[in-house]
Design a protein. Structure first.
Length: 280
């Protein structure tokens, strides 16, 4: 799989890297999917989402209130189309790729929320993501009138206490959520969480080849966060890309010279440099 370090084939992701807030999260989701599915027909999948939104829009009067619109979104997605959270195989990477979610009608909280946000945006309902610990929701409205929706549980409506209970169910621990955690989260945070989900899945499977494009995007999105560069460097070594690994491992050691794993990373760095020297 070819590396696109400048993300020239991901225009919306590039806009996000440039700090723009008004980005198309649906397009970014499909751009990320193209890493796993080169040649993916993003136009067709975007049209699929448009068609779902058209069905919702056709059933909503111009003066429809948010709850009425949400009810129609829920009806189309979870009753007519049968989308559901994939509790049986939660860590299947296909749960994070928007094309697979649309095709299989299975997803995790974040990917189903991304689809939900895409449809809400198309029908003119302002919504935002909510980055809770261990779970992801969407919300509409502001202040005490905010309504939270859980797309992983068939669009269940929740108030703040319901969100708290949901987090406790997922994490198995008492939760104490701050006002900031209930607040709408930025597009960059949504995309970073999406990428970290995929990274965790692939590394857990030992699939370093599939993890590389994900980790490259994370390094770019986090402005070269040392831990992300370390992980990318290690992944490059596992996939015989010693030349690329050197820069990332060196950057980690320069940023974190006293880290507990600094000695181990230094050994890997020397090995990468030996490999490159042998090739030359």
């Amino acid at each position: 799989m070819a590396s696109d370090q400048n993300f020239e084939s991901s225009p919306q992701f590039r806009r996000l890297l440039q700090g723009e807030q008004n980005v198309d999260l649906t397009a970014i989701g499909l751009e990320i999917a193209m890493d796993a599915y080169p040649g993916l027909d993003t136009v067709a999948w975007t049209a699929h989402i448009d068609a779902l939104a058209d069905r919702v829009r056709d059933r909503c009067a111009p003066e429809a209130k948010p709850r009425q619109i949400l009810g129609q979104i829920n009806w189309v997605l979870f009753v007519e189309e049968g989308f559901q959270g994939n509790s049986d195989d939660y860590y299947d990477p296909r749960n994070s790729y928007l094309n697979d979610v649309l095709d299989r009608k299975l997803g995790i909280p974040l990917s189903l929320s991304l689809l939900y946000l895409a449809i809400a945006d198309r029908v003119g309902l302002e919504m935002a993501g909510v980055n809770l610990p261990g779970h992801f929701l969407v919300r509409t409205g502001w202040g005490n009138s905010a309504l939270f929706v859980d797309p992983f549980h068939e669009g269940e409506f929740l108030d703040r206490s319901g969100c708290l209970r949901r987090v406790e169910e997922v994490t198995g621990e008492p939760a104490d959520l701050s006002e900031e955690q209930f607040a709408p989260c930025s597009p960059a945070l949504i995309v970073a969480r999406m990428l970290r989900n995929l990274k965790a899945v692939y590394l857990n499977e030992g699939d370093f080849e599939a993890s590389l494009p994900v980790m490259r995007r994370l390094v770019a999105l986090t402005d070269g966060k040392p831990l992300e560069r370390r992980d990318l460097g290690v992944g490059c070594l596992h996939t015989q890309r010693a030349g690329e690994a050197i820069d990332h491992l060196q950057a980690y050691l320069q940023a974190c010279p006293t880290a507990e794993d600094a000695r181990d990373i230094a050994i890997l760095l020397r090995a990468a440099k030996r490999d490159v020297a042998e090739w030359n």
